[in-house]
Design a protein around this ligand. Sequence first.
Ligand SMILES: [Fe+2]
Ligand SMILES: [Fe+2]
Length: 159
Amino acid sequence: MILDAEFDAIALPILKSPLYAPTKEYVAHGNTSVYDHCLNVATSAYAYAKSKKMKIDYHALIRGALLHDYYLYDWHDKQNRAKYHGFSHPFIAARNAKRDFHLNEKELHIIEAHMFPLVFWIFPGSKEARLVSKFDKKCCSAEHKGKPIPLFPKLNRAN
Ligand SMILES: [Fe+2]
Ligand SMILES: [Fe+2]
């Protein structure tokens, strides 16, 4: 069990998919893989929303969070990364996620809007998109500093 039964039922089909396995090989930043970074964003956004009893689409939140950086290349590799990675990777991730996991429009929007305000022309237009964008930044910062990922309330997370 990662967080709770609801989280696991939605997350595990993606986390255990062989298509998702390459994210374990790519580094997001510091010592954190893309896999761990996406799991951090999904668990912290989910735990926060549950603690606030938010009435949102948890299915879309978890899937969007897990796939928000599903761009599938090493962005440190200047030869093989996409041009203007910061700006382009949300759209590459959305395209890959749609192809491999058949996302709906709400889930695709979460991915495309996560880099706001850098990607200023895609405003996070749903609560789920704003949560992922917010916790992406919080987790990036915590991962850079080697600090624990914020969980509200503190749920025991196993990897
Ligand atoms: Fe990203
Ligand atoms: Fe991210």
